[in-house]
Design a protein around this ligand. Structure first.
Ligand code: SAH
Length: 368
């Protein structure tokens, strides 16, 4: 067994009180029984929370009034309070800043598209991975989020969409773990949250696992472990360059698991799940955008993953004070062409939320 780096030793500090969304079906029954309620109340609460997207016990009027306060105190502590919502892109993108019970700040971003509604969620407050181009990486890790803190971001967004808070009422269809944090460094809670996001109601929100993307810096053993969970989620790997020399600085955890180890793990994921793996590549002017890197990227990916891979190029979103910038459009276009020439599919990701600092790696940083 490979020993795991320190970042896996989750800081326990600051985790919120237990919440209904932390519990599995069995624990929910135990929890209501402990409150002196009959078993069927567990399902009723699950229907409220996951089915009707209600987190406030005061709205659960079919619960005995005399018991509501007790249920609220024991199972529905306030996890997150919205500090503000900021919209842009003609109101099709909305960032929400949340304050957690211990004052920690957290953000999630909802993006409406004609054919889908995508929520970008956080798995940790801050991040310990220290990628130099990412604003979150600069601030370090505050703490892991609890399962319920991850799940409640989804509930709140699904509810806002349903209630028409962002234009015509809609349904939340896609989740990407591309907000703050490294999801695989908060492994157990993230997998637990994924199960609650994807389980059919009333055990979960019933969002298709295929529409959930877990994005990682490339913690190889955790990628393999995720492959064996029997989930159908999409894996995204933040590669950012195909060579170890540069990746050691762009994604420092590469010093622990090299490009080839990460690609081997990605291959294992693709083979085990039958799912195509996404490769994230933030294109940085004169840093990782050279034609030879595009060719090397295409070659290595084709060799490691064959047809089971897709490259998402992300124009670098410059963080305040950074000397780096996005690549010029012609360089970007040539990069796409060269990757495709190696038989690997490649597209440029659209960049939502730039003027509200809701773009990659900027969540909550400016609030501190
Ligand atoms: N820790 C995870 C998920 C969070 S970041 C991961 O690294 O995959 C989601 C994606 O945004 C990652 O690919 C990350 O490298 C990228 N990203 C971070 N900051 C960025 C920036 N300033 N410009 C472009 N992409 C960025």
């Amino acid at each position: 067994m490979t020993s795991l780096p320190l970042v896996f030793d989750a800081p326990k500090r600051g985790l919120p009180p237990k919440h209904f969304a932390d519990l599995d079906a069995e624990a929910r029954v135990a929890a209501v029984t402990a409150l002196g309620l009959p078993k069927f109340r567990a399902k009723q609460l699950a229907n409220h929370y996951f089915g009707r997207l209600t987190g406030d016990v005061a709205e659960m009027t079919d619960l005995p009034a005399a018991k509501r306060d007790e249920v609220a105190a024991a199972l529905f502590p306030t996890l997150m309070t919205p500090l503000r919502h900021i919209a842009c892109d003609d109101d099709s993108t909305r960032k929400t800043l949340w304050r957690l019970h211990d004052g920690t700040l957290l953000e999630s971003v909802l993006m409406r598209y004609p054919e889908r509604n995508t929520l970008c969620i956080s798995s940790q407050a801050g991040c310990g991975m220290a990628c130099p181009f990412c604003a979150t990486g600069q601030g370090g890790l505050d703490r892991n989020l609890s399962t319920a803190e991850i799940v409640d971001q989804v509930r709140a967004a699904a509810r806002a969409l349903r209630d028409g808070d962002l234009g015509a009422p809609g349904r939340l269809s896609n989740i990407v773990f591309m907000g703050m944090g490294e999801p695989l460094a908060n492994y157990r809670r993230v997998v637990d949250a994924v199960r609650k996001i994807t389980s059919p109601s009333p055990d979960g929100f019933g969002i298709s696992a295929r529409s959930v993307t877990v994005s990682t810096v490339g913690l190889a053993p955790a990628i393999r472990r995720l492959a064996d969970e029997g989930l159908q989620v999409t894996l995204a790997v933040s590669l950012h360059t195909p060579d170890d020399e540069l990746r050691d600085t762009l994604v420092p955890v590469n010093n622990r698991w090299s490009v080839s180890e990460v690609l081997d793990a990605a291959r294992y994921y693709a083979d085990t799940t039958g799912r195509r793996v996404s490769i994230e590549y933030a294109l940085i002017r004169d840093v990782n955008d050279q034609p030879w890197r595009a060719e090397m990227l295409g070659r290595k990916l084709h060799r490691a993953l064959g047809g089971l891979v897709h490259v998402n190029l992300i124009p670098l979103n410059p963080t305040p004070g950074s000397q780096w910038d996005a690549s010029p459009k012609p360089v970007e276009a040539e990069f796409v062409r060269l990757v495709r020439e190696q038989g690997v599919s490649c597209t440029v990701r659209d960049t939502r939320g730039q003027e509200i600092a809701a773009a990659c790696g900027q969540l909550a940083a400016e609030e501190k």
